[in-house]
Design a protein around this ligand. Structure first.
Ligand code: SF4
Length: 391
């Protein structure tokens, strides 16, 4: 079943505002409104986020109460800041002293959102569009009434789900304010998608992406370098590029594969059924992906701490050459210097190659390599451990 109605939900009491565990990096300042809990699919072999957590749909009335509670405190903060343009810490402390305990989540969410400029809302959790379109529309309309100044409402969605929603329903959601969808494409290769347990095909990804665009929403597609492992690295890159060329999403976002303990892919890796790409292979894979992206106007972003080049960013077609030049430079580096970059990147010292020109940062990365005996021969093993910190 791909959409669920209010009938599927149990009678449950309202205990105050709920927020889920994750949001895209680009939604750091967004108000998080939780419509469903966890992931209705929950079978991707690389994904640790909702393992062991049961999927459920929150009653629409509860979501609206969350929105009302945040609205109440946002209104108070706006009144406090009306004269001076800023809210003083002492005023916040006074307000916090008067709230009911069940409203503390809403108070904190309102404060964070107010501090972040109150421009965007992110609908949680992993696949919010699985609920009945009319229910989501009701929530969006309520959001719009409470916060008419919002510029953006966004959500994660699975392609499998989008492909089953009528375009008219998507258009109605767009009309109600939902203007950007984040899809975990991960790969355009059917082989890789099957291996990763993604539960979707390249054709469905393309169909869903085109539908989102037809509905007039912005589309952000997440790609996972490394997901094909060594065996399928090339086909992963070329097939993903082909899918993206057909969709022409507004944004292509890279989020490199990491394999935490406890996921199915970890078992496959330990058992030798999956061979991880080294950073060097990953760089070649991303190069192949970008070289094969053609005829699109998407903006590529690499804004995730797990990525080898955080500042690999640009708009197609104009910035394609400058993006590939970054990777060519990395590949041409002397192995020991490349090793220092890889470590400095994962320690958060470097966002890109140009940061190696900072003598202070470079010295810290070199010192770390020396202290821990990191060389081009053992770098891949060391990085596996470092990357687990960011999953
Ligand atoms: S659909 Fe998304 S949240 Fe659900 S298991 Fe897959 S990657 Fe994780």
């Amino acid at each position: 079943m791909d959409t669920m109605s209010r009938r599927d939900k149990t009678d449950e009491a309202y205990h105050g505002l709920e927020q889920g565990p994750i949001r895209p990096p680009s939604e750091a300042n967004s108000l998080l409104i939780r419509v469903t809990r966890n992931c209705p699919w929950n079978r991707c072999t690389f994904c640790p986020v909702y393992k062991g957590a049961r999927f459920s749909i929150r009653p629409v009335e509860h979501v609206k109460r969350d929105i009302d509670a945040v609205h109440k405190y946002v209104t108070i903060f706006r009144q406090m800041g009306a004269d001076s343009g800023r809210v003083l810490p002492v005023e916040i402390r006074n307000a916090a002293g008067k709230i009911e305990s069940w409203e503390s989540g809403a108070f904190q969410a309102a404060l964070n959102w107010f501090s972040g400029g109150m421009r965007s809302v992110f609908i949680q959790d992993a696949n919010s569009l699985i609920i009945k379109p009319a229910d989501l529309e009701e929530i969006l309309v309520h959001l719009g009434r409470r916060f008419p100044w919002m510029e953006r409402i966004t959500s994660y969605a699975r392609s499998h789900t989008i492909a089953r929603i009528k375009v008219d329903d998507l258009k109605a959601l767009r009309q109600a304010g939902l203007n950007r969808i984040h899809i975990g494409l991960e790969s355009g290769s059917d082989l890789v998608l099957k291996m990763a347990g993604k539960g979707v095909t390249k054709a469905t990804h393309i169909q869903a992406g085109l539908k989102v665009k037809t509905a007039g929403m912005e589309l952000s597609e997440y790609v996972m370098p490394g997901l094909g492992g060594r065996e399928y690295s090339d086909i992963h890159a070329t097939e993903t590029a082909d899918a993206l060329n057909r969709i022409n999403p507004d944004f292509i976002r890279l989020r490199t594969l990491a394999i935490p303990n406890g996921v199915k892919l970890f078992e496959d890796w330990q058992a030798g059924r999956f061979e991880k790409c080294s950073d060097l292979m990953m760089a070649k894979e991303i190069l192949l992906l970008i070289e094969n992206l053609d005829g699109i106007t998407s903006v590529l972003k690499s804004d995730h701490i797990l990525n080898l080049f955080e500042n690999l960013e640009g708009a197609f077609p104009g910035d394609k050459l400058s993006m590939t030049a970054i990777i060519h430079t990395f590949l041409a580096m002397e192995p020991r210097r490349r090793c220092v970059y890889q470590v400095g990147r994962r320690l958060g010292l470097f966002a890109g190659l140009s940061d190696m020109e900072s003598p202070r940062r470079l010295a810290r990365a070199e010192k770390f390599c020396q202290q821990h005996g990191i060389t081009p021969d053992n770098i891949d093993d060391v990085l596996d451990e470092l990357m687990k910190r960011f999953i």
